[in-house]
Design a protein. Structure first.
Length: 201
């Protein structure tokens, strides 16, 4: 039954929720079935790895020590960057893990430790994946032309989160408008009142 529908683990009797083979079969089919496994199995590295490789967000149901295990968390965020939210605090400060997360889903940057939100390489990777990740970047990087240009090229609406000085930068605003003309609403007033600029945009 669990090989065809991992959710069937929810309806199994308690002793079966602790059965290694049954739990493994369930999480292979549906990673989030881990939530119904006995605590003993949610603390089993092999079972949790299988679960998060199937669905990264199954990390939510892993035992606390495994949420601090780099191998397990890396596997989870490579499948779903958003799984970073369930990782232990120390892992959210691990550059390798956070980079993998934002490469899978740029918006996962919101779950990174503060120092990594100020990392040029990590933030650049995040905004290249999803321009709107700029909202989670450190203030200094919202004023970095390279970062902001990459963000608005991916999603023009990212202009909303740029520093005020860059909302008045012709190249950046033009790139945002080319990606989405609606992004002009976030441009500096001076540019929106510039006849030549508006004709070009």
């Amino acid at each position: 039954m669990v090989q065809n529908d991992g959710w069937a683990l929810e309806r199994a009797h308690e002793p079966l929720k602790a059965d290694r083979e049954i739990v493994l079969a369930a999480v292979r089919q549906q990673g989030q079935a881990l939530r119904f496994a006995a605590e003993l199995r949610r603390a089993n590295r092999e079972i949790v790895l299988v679960a998060v490789q199937n669905d990264g967000q199954a990390l939510e149901y892993a035992a606390t020590p495994l949420k601090a295990n780099q191998e397990v968390v890396l596997a989870a965020v490579r499948q779903s960057g958003y799984a970073l939210q369930y990782a232990a605090t120390a892992i959210k400060a691990n550059g390798e893990v956070v980079l993998a997360a934002v490469q899978q889903s740029g918006e996962a940057l919101r779950y990174a430790a503060a120092p990594l939100k100020a990392s040029h390489g990590i933030v650049l990777a995040a905004v290249q994946t999803d321009g709107l990740a700029l909202r989670s970047a450190a203030a200094a990087l919202k004023a970095d032309p390279e970062i902001v240009l990459a963000a608005v090229r991916q999603n023009g609406w990212a202009l909303e989160f740029a520093a005020a000085t860059l909302k008045a930068d012709r190249e950046i605003v033009m790139a945002a408008a080319r990606q989405s003309c609606a992004a002009l609403r976030f441009a500096a007033e001076a540019l929106r009142g510039d006849r030549e600029f508006m004709l070009a945009a």
